[in-house]
Design a protein around this ligand. Structure first.
Ligand code: SF4
Length: 313
């Protein structure tokens, strides 16, 4: 029986961003330079495939620094850490290589600058996310976390005239716009970054999905369930009225999702490697008569410098 035709359209850009590429390269270079094991505080990036791969090469992932033996090479994940964690590492004299994405560090500095100017900091983000913990732990005073419009209505501030906001880098632009507007309405004196903290990679992937969702029946987002930016891509597809699914890999695809579907859009979160996209395409190619195309979109050329500890091998 001839295979059913299926049009696959890939989002451009998709998958790895410069911060993720740098973080993975740091762990790989650390393993090469110093030998296994290398301890990594928190998942280096939120992707199971990447973490399992690095683990097989000798990385040991820990939740807290007290799980790291004395003197062991320690890598901080791309999401960044609080000052407390940094100080703990210094106190223990751990040889640290910091894989915090430079765009997250920029948000840390912004929060610190605002605090130094006497402003209370409001962070727009999701409770429990390591980036939120890291950013909150970069200022001395209490950071007020808001995730929803309701949070903005309920938040209690010390002085409404001395307020600033920063945001998690991987949120949806639309979500933060609504919250920022609400904050400005309730606290007209609040100040924020001139350009949003949402990073270029998050923004580009969301723009691409918005275009893709206009022309597909189903959207597959490759990414892990704990990946904030992957979840936002899926949400965005849903908001555009397209059935959208977050999948780790081809094994998560359910046949019923594809009934009567002629066009599937595929994207991948900033922490999902291209090899997983290739596997999804192969899987669909086995069952359908696939035509594959990539949407026109931004070609990203951003590259971040490696930390000095692993610059040369
Ligand atoms: Fe950095 Fe943006 Fe990538 Fe996060 S998504 S690691 S902030 S470049």
């Amino acid at each position: 029986m001839p295979k059913t035709p299926l049009r696959l359209i890939l989002a451009q850009p998709r998958g790895f961003c410069a911060g993720v590429e740098r973080a993975i390269e740091i762990v790989e270079r650390a393993l090469q330079k110093y030998g296994a094991p290398v301890y990594v505080r928190h998942e280096i990036v939120h992707n199971k495939f990447v973490v399992d791969d690095l683990r097989s090469k000798g990385a040991i992932f820990v939740s807290e620094l007290d799980e790291v033996p004395t003197g062991a090479i320690t890598v901080f994940s791309a999401h960044g850490v609080s000052e407390k964690v940094e100080n703990e590492a210094k106190l223990r004299d751990l040889p640290v290589i910091d894989a915090t994405c430079p765009l997250v560090t920029k948000v840390h500095k912004e929060a610190q600058r605002n605090e130094a100017e006497g402003k209370q900091v409001i962070l727009i983000g999701h409770a429990g996310h390591p980036e939120v913990e890291g950013t909150s732990g970069r200022v001395k005073g209490e950071v007020l976390l808001v995730s929803t419009e309701e949070d903005v209505s309920n938040v209690q501030v010390i002085d409404p005239l001395k307020l600033a906001y920063v945001t998690q880098t991987t949120l949806s632009v639309d979500d933060t716009s609504v919250i920022i507007e609400k904050l400005k309405t309730r606290f007209p004196a609040i100040v924020g970054p001139e350009l949003r903290d949402i990073c270029y990679a998050t923004q580009n992937r969301q723009n691409a999905v918005r275009d893709l969702a206009k022309i597909v029946d189903v959207l597959l987002v490759i990414g892990s369930v704990n990946s904030s930016n992957s979840n936002r891509l899926r949400d965005l597809g849903e908001e555009m009225g397209v059935a959208s699914y977050l999948i780790n890999n081809e094994h998560d695809i359910r046949p019923e999702w594809l009934h009567h579907v002629t066009t599937i859009g595929i994207t991948a979160g900033a922490s999902a490697p291209e090899v997983l996209t290739a596997r999804v395409i192969d899987y669909l190619n086995d069952q359908y008569n696939v035509t594959l195309e990539t949407m026109d979109g931004v070609i990203e050329r951003t590259k971040f410098k490696l930390p000095k500890e692993v610059e040369s091998l």
